[in-house]
Design a protein around this ligand. Structure first.
Ligand code: ADP
Ligand code: NI
Length: 217
């Protein structure tokens, strides 16, 4: 068991690290992912301490905002300071390293129930009504168009290509968000994803109805 005071201090540290991130990757994202993880863990099991620490710390090593190697070292040090056992620390770090959608192009052999739970919890926050808000927040942060009918969704072949893409936010739905429901790891995560997925489909239908025809007559 990790003491409440230790978890509280780790939480404070993580919150402070994320204080400059854009709205879709702020502390509220972590709170929502923790809530999702709690629900999934209740049904699917796994070591809650490992899941919780990975949820709290996962975005500190996000390559979109931070240097991954440096952040993972900091996390390792921080957890050692609180005398968390090294097996737990190593597991948490492995989860963080393998969590991201953008890691699908990197070879990796690590898997665990805890990784599956955290990944599902994080992915659920990328879809549905909140997922839509996050996508437009991130797109705005990057100065991207929200839609451009002349640019089609792409299939990326590497993390670099995915990260450096400047495609409009609506394309991100086809490049990632609509693919997530079939990539969920757990039964619970998969059933939670269904309604959020349907909501995005309804949203896109409405979006294209409002956008109307592209013909300039
Ligand atoms: P992961 O968190 O698995 O690393 P990403 O880094 O691809 O996944 O994206 C995290 C979230 O950031 C997405 O769910 C989305 O809200 C937002 N995001 C990332 N890339 C884009 C993009 N090109 N357009 C709009 N939103 C994006
Ligand atoms: Ni996240």
């Amino acid at each position: 068991m990790i003491k409440d005071i230790v978890l509280f201090e780790i939480e404070e540290w993580a919150q402070q690290k994320l204080s400059d991130c854009e709205a879709g990757h702020d502390w509220w994202h972590i709170i929502r992912v923790r809530n999702n993880a709690k629900l999934i863990h209740k049904r699917e099991g796994g070591d809650w301490n490992v899941i919780l620490l990975a949820v709290l710390l996962h975005d500190i090593a996000d390559t979109k905002f931070f240097d991954e190697v440096e952040s993972l070292m900091l996390i390792d040090q921080k957890l050692q300071e609180y005398q968390i056992d090294q097996t737990t620390i190593d597991h948490v770090i492995k989860i963080i390293q393998n969590l991201s959608f953008s890691k699908q192009w990197t070879e990796n052999s690590f898997s665990s129930l805890e990784l599956q739970v955290v990944q599902d919890a994080d992915r659920l926050d990328a879809i549905g009504a909140v997922g839509i808000a996050r996508a437009f927040s991130y797109g705005g942060h990057k100065g991207r168009d929200f839609y451009n009918p002349d640019i089609s969704p792409q299939e990326y072949r590497s993390q670099e290509e995915y990260r450096s893409s400047n495609s409009p936010t609506i394309n991100h739905f086809y490049e990632k968000l609509l693919l997530l429901k079939d990539k969920m790891n757990t039964k619970t995560g998969s059933s939670m994803a269904k309604e959020r997925h349907r909501f995005m489909e309804r949203y896109l239908e409405q979006f294209f109805n409002e956008w109307g025809s592209n013909d300039e007559e």
